[in-house]
Write a protein that binds this ligand. Structure first.
Ligand code: BTN
Length: 267
């Protein structure tokens, strides 16, 4: 039998009580995907601050139909429901979540991490966490934004699926200590709430600045690829809307919205 120490949701609720944020917590021992559970909530347009968290996901998913491996009791796998105003920029919410993750990791276990555009958290060239932001709309009306976050917390090497073992890590492996999932979750939610409020009051410049301070490969030669194309150049920054800015070797600046960023080897 798989023994695990259940997430202490009472502790999380208590710590968040004074902030009034994310205090409607739905805790599941096992589910397919917390983002699928969130998507199925009735009246999702009125569920701001709902947090769905699971000990284990049997069909956790990431960007581009990748799987998100979610072994029981080892990580944090959760989805937040946000009901932002109509014209919100989903990309900026993803970047704000990335900033919140790096701050929370630093505050919880003193680990300095890097952000890889658009949605990954890295430490020493290995992936630690990912963000999957999805918009739910009816016709043209935005009903909710789901921010799905997966963090490898107390995984040992053997808990990382074989196909990702050479490119992923966990906080426990990187920081060389067991990390309180409750404390980390509270810190993520507090930081995310602050970042989200900044976006709402129009201070997205602050989020972009914080994101760039933690950016991996900034100023370096990178290749960005999507299904159809691949462009090489220098990663020079972010647009005001959160797109990646790449200057190619003819000095043309490209605004990239959806792609993978692969760093070039130095010649
Ligand atoms: C990525 O790296 O591509 C994003 C990974 C996002 C994983 C989280 S885990 C909680 C939520 N539920 C899912 O099925 N996916 C997200």
């Amino acid at each position: 039998m798989n023994q695990f120490a259940a997430l202490k949701t009472d502790y999380v609720r208590k710590k968040l009580a004074s902030t009034g944020i994310f205090n409607h917590i739905v805790y599941l021992e096992t589910t397919t995907s917390t983002s699928d559970v969130a998507r199925a909530l009735p009246c999702i347009q009125d569920k701001h601050g709902t947090l769905i968290v699971a000990e284990e996901q049997t069909a956790g998913r990431g960007r581009k139909k990748n799987r998100w491996f979610s072994p029981k009791g080892k990580g944090l796998y959760f989805t937040l429901v946000l009901n932002p105003p109509e014209m919100s920029n989903v990309q900026l919410i993803t970047l704000a979540a990335g900033v919140a993750l790096t701050e929370a990791m630093e505050n919880t276990c003193g680990l300095a991490t890097k952000l890889k555009w658009p949605n990954d958290v890295y430490v020493r060239d290995r992936k630690l966490a990912g963000i999957l932001t999805e918009a739910i709309s009816r016709g043209k009306k935005l009903l909710a934004i789901l921010v799905g976050i997966g963090i490898n917390v107390n995984h040992e090497k053997g808990d990382l699926a074989e196909e990702i073992r050479n490119v992923s890590t966990s906080l426990k492996i990187a920081a060389n200590k067991t990390v309180s999932r409750e404390e980390l979750l509270v810190n993520v939610l507090k930081s995310l709430d602050l970042a989200y409020r900044k976006l709402l009051r129009g201070s997205s410049g602050e989020i972009l600045k914080c994101w760039l301070e933690k950016a991996a490969y900034l100023g370096e030669r990178v290749v960005v690829t999507n299904e159809n194309t691949s462009i090489e150049g220098e990663f020079i920054g972010l647009s005001n809307e959160g797109a990646l800015l790449l200057r190619d070797y003819n000095n043309n600046v490209h605004e990239i919205w959806a792609a993978d960023v692969i760093r070039c080897r130095k010649l």
